[in-house]
Design a binder for this molecule. Sequence first.
Ligand code: MN
Length: 138
Amino acid sequence: MSNTENTKPIFPKGDRTSSNYFTGSAWVKNLVPGDDVLKTVIGNVVFEPGARNNWHRHGGGQILIVTDGLGYYQEKGKPAQLLRPGDVVQVPPALVHWHGAGPAQSFTHIAINPNMQDGVVEWLEPVTEKEYMEAVGG
Ligand code: MN
């Protein structure tokens, strides 16, 4: 169990994410806004227990670096993967997926979105309670 019992989070919590694209409470702190030279957007995302984003895809792909807590990553049609601090996920361009916290622990990752000229994110439908519980083995 990690979750900042003895250490302060590296980044500020940032802004509450939109309930249009997230279930539960999550926050995003923009770290790199993206520009025409590096073409990469980077944010730190904090999910409260049970919080997750909608199904979505990234035209330019995505890299997730887990820094705290316990969470899940699921590609459409595949079993979810449990994620712990130190795990790194490479999400191919256009692949439908979601990520978020486990039911009982918060979860923090850095989200790197390269190739922003190919599209940063396209949001799809929410991960239903049934889909979520199946993913987390509940
Ligand atoms: Mn993603």
